[in-house]
Design a protein around this ligand. Structure first.
Ligand code: SAM
Length: 188
């Protein structure tokens, strides 16, 4: 694929496939996220989609924390906002619509969740460089990709790209039906 082609982006009409009975069995948001989040953190839920993880992130950062829920698609953000409202967590969550070619925030971030979204990004190196510039000291990024769409070879290629961008792997968490890495800024 060259840079002009866009990878497939999961449309808002398929949001239901990201939040259903099967997923709630295999992906327990609290279990996946708790090791990385503490109260008061500023967290970026990048490619939040309909907000499957956003509510739990908001609970984990507590009253003094903030979750920036960011997505390319306004309709996904609307679905996310509906879920958050239902849980009474709207004070802690800021919705952000990403421009097509960048994330477009300036807030410094302690933790980024990029769950099943990196394979949908056209210019991954640019995105990783932008993420690196947003991280607070000690900040970390959890990248999780779906095995069904991302082969081991493609995942390794993505790792090469994030390393070129100045990030390094610090952990390889086990996540059901997925390939995952936890990364931070490379120690020089
Ligand atoms: C497969 S969904 C995953 C949603 C959610 N993270 C989850 O695990 O349920 C991928 C989401 O990433 C969003 N996305 C794709 N490319 C993006 C980009 N460059 N910036 C922001 N969001 C993006 C899509 O609009 C879609 O909502």
């Amino acid at each position: 694929m060259n840079k002009i082609d866009r990878p497939y982006v999961c449309p808002a009409e398929l949001a239901g496939t990201l939040d259903n009975f099967f997923r709630r069995i295999i992906h327990k948001p609290r279990k996946i996220l708790k090791p990385y989040i503490s109260s008061g953190m500023t967290v970026l839920d990048l490619g939040c989609g309909p907000g499957y993880f956003t509510a739990e992130l908001a609970r984990l950062v507590g009253e003094d924390g903030t979750v920036i829920a960011a997505d390319l698609q306004q309709k996904m953000l609307e679905k996310m906002a509906g879920r958050i409202r239902g849980a009474g967590l709207e004070q802690r969550v800021e919705a952000h619509i990403c421009p097509a070619d960048r994330i477009g925030i300036s807030t410094k971030i302690d933790f980024v969740l990029a769950f099943w979204m990196v394979h949908e990004v056209t210019d991954k190196q640019k995105m990783f460089e932008e993420l690196k510039s947003l991280l607070n000291p000690g900040g970390r990024i959890l990248i999780v990709e779906p095995k069904i769409h991302v082969t081991g070879k493609s995942f390794n290629k993505m790792i090469d790209i994030l390393e070129v961008a100045g990030l390094q792997i610090i952990e390889r968490p086990e996540v059901s039906i997925s390939r995952a890495v936890l990364v931070q800024i490379r120690n020089s």
